[in-house]
Structure formats: structure tokens, C-alpha cells
Design a protein around this ligand. Structure first.
Ligand code: NIG
Ligand code: FE
Length: 422
């Protein structure tokens, strides 16, 4: 056994999210029975090796003995702890802000009306094109720090505010630099299929071909996933299929912004192309959700977005209870539809507006969120061999963390065995 560099002792309640074997822990929890499992341990401790991986996790009396004179011991003072949160859907790197849109929306304009008029996503495209990499880095780095303060240790980051190769690449370069400079794990997604620039509307087929040409470059720049905004008035299901199949052929994994406003077949497409996740899904059909479950697609709910856009939230209860889906939650942090890095708020809204139980919310924010970025074998579960990414709270119990909402109860955050917050 490797030397124990760090011992986090005296954890009153630890939700490991482990189901037992390594094999079982390499996949998401699906449906009501599984999503209640949190792998609870009382009076627990975690031993971490010199490489930032978990050497042992279990009852204090067994784990404590692994420490030696050189081990740093942290007394958690009976606190509640869980795996570091994975935020599996963000638009982390972008320029500018969009507070100017709220009065328009409150006066009755729809999110897609604003986009059609050249605002919305297109406003952020202009701001991102005009920002130099240093500005984008400083802004995204501050956001990442805020995310860490809420317990987020791994983040998915999308492009999609370039809509032409140079700016899409600039977004990836900034995210690559952040991955080097920050302790967080970053997972990158190429989203040139986020909107059709108004100047390209007349030849939209050509823009779709341009996207297909951009994907190999973005993939070799570090984008592991490709994503597309499949929605009435944005990309059609046929266009989404064409783009995502092209991405798949070059070895990219797939995600979809699916059925956010209108039920247009996005969930069905996610199942058909074998996407790792389909996200939003406010208007997804029962059939589409059923097909996603069959195909093993993770359903990512974004309750902050439905709250901010004042829309009826996704049907998480149907997804879990009826469709038997693996549900994850994400912030969707972006300047237009979810301008907040507060993952604690995402989790509270998962309880309050999606109707999930505290157990389901924590599973959706850890283990299942890891599966949504194809990291189920690495992140989201505390077990020997995994990265020592974890959160310690100042709260009497997990339900308190969610119900005493809008403020952070995070005491400290560890990434790879290093304290990065608190
Ligand atoms: O996930 N729905 C499309 N894309 C983003 C919003 C992007 C924006 O408004 O800037 C989303 O909500
Ligand atoms: Fe999004």
C-alpha cells in the first residue's frame, strides 16, 4: 500500500456514491431504486496517497491506522462530506454579459425571438469574437473559482460563441490554458452548431457543411465532445443528425441541447445517434425519453435555466420514476439563459423545482454528472483508486444543504487531495 499523505478524519456522514464493486461504480445510477443509493457511511475517514488518489475509505477505526508520522491529518469535526461535484454542462468561456435582455423578456419577448432579432447567443458571439484570449481567460478563471467555492471539482466547457473557426479555437485555447492553470478537471465540447449566424441564413446548408469541416480541427484542439442545439428555429433534427454523425465518424463523443422549448425529436435523435447525454429536455416526449433510457443516454436537467427563463421545468420525476433514466443536473452557466455559477443553487432548484429527493440530487450532481461527461469510471464516486476530489460541508445533514438555499454551506473543497477552497 502507498504512503498515506493526507487523512481526512472524523467525517460524521460520508455519502460515497459507491454501489460496491469497481465495475458497478463505472456507470450511472438509473431510475428510482438506484438513484436513492448514496453509499452512506457514518463516522468515516478517507486516506489519500501522495498522487492525490484515494488509498482507503471506510470507518474511522479502520482507516485511521493507515496514517504514519508524515501524514497530514484533517479533522472534519463530524461534518457531512461527499464527492466533488461535476458540472456537466456549462458555457464557461465567453465574452460580455446579457442583463439587457431581461427587460425584453419580461415585456414578453421570447428567448428565441431575441436570438432571431440578432441578440441572445449572437450578442455573446460578437462579444466573444471581440475579446482577446487574456480577457476571456481572466473572466472564465474567475467563474471557475466561483464554481469551486460551491464544491465543483470538474467542469464541462463548450465553445459555441465563435460560429467560425478562429473564435471557436480561441475558446478552446482558453479552456486548455485554464485546464493547465487551475486544479479543476475540464472536459471540452465543440458547439459550432449553437446558432446559425444571420449572415449565413440564406445558405444555411453551407454553414452546416462549415461546421462539419470545423469539427476535426476542434477535436484535435482538445474537444472530446460535439454538441448541437436542436430546436425549432435553430438546427433541425436532420441537420443535427448530419452534424453529430459526422462528429461520431471522427471519434467525437456526442451531446445534444434537446427539446428545450418545443418537442421536436431531440431526445429521439440522442438515442438514435448514441449520445452520451441529452440536455434541457423540458419539452421532450415520453417516447423520446423512453428511447434515451433504452440507449443509455444520460438526461441532464438544467433547473437554473428553466427558472431564469421562467419556463416549466423538465419532468425529472417522469424521467426517474417512469422512464428509468439516469438523471444528472448541471448549471448551464452562460450569460443568456443561466447567468450563475452557483452549483448549490442548481442543486436546491433540483429539489424545489424538479421535485427530486436529496439523495437523487446528490447522485445527479456527482456520480450521474460524471457519467454525463463519460467520466463514470473516474469521477463522482469516492472509492479506492479514484481521485480524492471531495467537499466538506458546514451543515447538520445533506437535506439542510439543499433546503437552506441560495447560500453556500461548503466549508472546504479538495481536488486530487489538495485543498483548493476553504
Ligand atoms: O444551454 N440553449 C442554448 N444554449 C444555451 C444558452 C446560450 C445563451 O443564451 O447564450 C443554453 O441554455
Ligand atoms: Fe447550454
Amino acid at each position: 500500500m502507498k504512503r498515506v499523505a493526507l487523512l481526512i478524519d472524523n467525517i460524521g456522514l460520508l455519502w460515497t456514491m459507491s454501489a460496491g464493486s469497481e465495475q458497478e461504480d463505472a456507470r450511472a445510477f438509473c431510475g428510482r431504486e438506484q438513484m436513492r443509493q448514496v453509499g452512506a457511511l457514518e463516522n468515516a475517514a478517507i486516506a489519500v496517497d501522495g498522487e492525490g488518489r484515494i488509498a482507503a475509505v471506510g470507518k474511522r477505526r479502520t482507516v485511521r491506522d493507515l496514517a504514519d508520522a508524515g501524514t497530514m491529518v484533517v479533522d472534519a469535526q463530524g461534518a457531512f462530506a461527499c464527492p466533488g461535484f461535476v458540472d456537466p454542462h456549462t458555457h464557461l468561456v465567453h465574452g460580455g454579459s446579457r442583463e439587457s435582455e431581461l427587460p425584453l423578456r419580461l415585456a414578453g419577448a421570447g428567448y428565441l425571438d431575441i436570438l432571431r432579432a440578432g441578440g441572445g447567443i449572437m450578442k455573446t458571439v460578437r462579444d466573444t469574437r471581440a475579446s482577446d484570449p487574456a480577457e476571456l481567460f481572466a473572466k472564465a478563471s474567475a467563474s471557475l473559482g466561483r464554481m469551486r467555492s460551491f464544491g465543483v471539482t470538474a467542469v464541462e466547457a463548450k465553445t459555441g460563441y465563435g460560429l467560425e473557426l478562429d473564435t471557436e479555437r480561441k475558446q478552446l485555447a482558453v479552456a486548455n490554458a485554464l485546464a493547465k492553470a487551475s486544479p479543476n478537471t475540464l472536459v471540452q465540447t465543440a458547439l459550432p452548431a449553437h446558432a446559425i449566424p444571420p449572415s449565413r441564413m440564406a445558405d444555411r446548408d453551407q454553414y452546416v457543411e462549415d461546421i462539419v469541416r470545423m469539427l476535426p480541427v476542434l477535436h484535435s484542439d482538445g474537444a472530446e465532445f460535439a454538441d448541437a442545439f436542436v430546436e425549432d428555429g435553430v438546427f433541425t433534427v436532420a441537420e443535427g443528425r448530419y452534424i453529430l454523425q459526422a462528429a461520431k465518424r471522427i471519434g467525437m463523443k456526442l451531446k445534444i441541447h434537446a427539446d428545450e422549448m418545443v418537442s421536436c425529436g431531440g431526445a429521439e435523435l440522442a438515442a438514435e445517434v448514441g449520445a452520451v447525454s441529452a440536455d434541457h429536455l423540458l419539452a421532450a416526449s415520453n417516447e423520446g425519453l423512453g428511447q434515451m433510457a433504452q440507449a443509455g443516454v444520460v438526461a441532464v436537467c438544467l433547473p437554473g435555466t428553466s427558472f431564469y427563463l421562467q419556463k416549466r421545468p423538465a419532468r425529472a420525476r417522469f424521467m426517474i420514476d417512469e422512464a428509468g433514466l439516469a438523471v444528472a443536473v448541471a448549471s448551464d452557466y452562460n450569460p443568456g439563459s443561466s447567468p450563475s455559477e452557483n452549483f448549490g443553487l442548481t442543486m436546491s432548484l433540483s429539489l424545489l423545482s424538479l421535485g427530486m429527493s436529496p439523495e437523487e440530487v446528490f447522485v445527479a450532481a456527482t456520480r450521474n454528472a460524471a457519467a454525463a461527461v463519460d467520466r463514470a469510471g473516474e469521477l463522482g464516486v469516492l472509492r479506492p483508486g479514484r481521485l480524492a476530489d471531495l467537499v466538506i460541508f458546514d451543515a447538520p445533514n445533506p437535506a439542510y444543504v439543499l433546503t437552506h438555499y441560495g447560500v453556500s454551506h461548503v466549508r472546504s473543497v479538495y481536488v486530487k487531495g489538495q485543498r483548493v477552497y476553504g
